[in-house]
Design a protein. Structure first.
Length: 147
């Protein structure tokens, strides 16, 4: 092999090495750029109160039953938070369902309860509050008032 062939081979390998090095360096930058666009897509979309439904569903085995539904067409992340009459958090769940539906059973341990159900997105809270009086003649029923 002559000296010119060796120099040409080394030059080709050097160029190939620089190309591979440039690709390796650029890959994290491309990945960060893609993540940046994903973060922009995950911004909260305003939620109308009509998209959230919390309904009393009756009594079952000494529990007061509610059905919570949230029409979330963008699939944005949200929390379902339930607070008692003192404002203490008794339940928190994080979801991103497009068609969210959950049945909630609250233990009937008092004659009167006042739960608040909150759907919380990044920048918005939608509250549904109730008063429940289980001190009625028929122990299988309750008087529920939406506030």
């Amino acid at each position: 092999m002559n000296i010119h062939s060796v120099k040409a081979a080394i030059a080709k390998l050097s160029v190939a090495g620089l190309v591979v090095l440039a690709i390796l360096i650029a890959t994290p930058a491309i990945s960060k750029a893609e993540n940046g666009t994903k973060d922009k897509k995950s911004k909260a979309v305003p939620v109308a109160k009509s998209q959230v439904s919390v309904k009393y569903a009756g009594m079952q085995d000494n529990n007061v039953v509610f059905r919570v539904q949230f029409h979330n067409p963008t699939g944005q992340k949200f929390n379902l938070i339930i607070r008692n009459h003192n404002g203490d958090e008794i339940y928190r769940g994080r979801y991103s369902d497009v068609h969210f539906s959950k049945t909630i059973y609250l233990v009937n341990d008092d004659e009167e309860m006042a739960p608040t159900f909150t759907i919380s997105t990044l920048d918005q809270d939608i509250d549904n509050s109730f008063t429940i009086n289980t001190n009625v003649e028929d122990a299988k029923e309750a008087v529920v008032t939406k506030l």
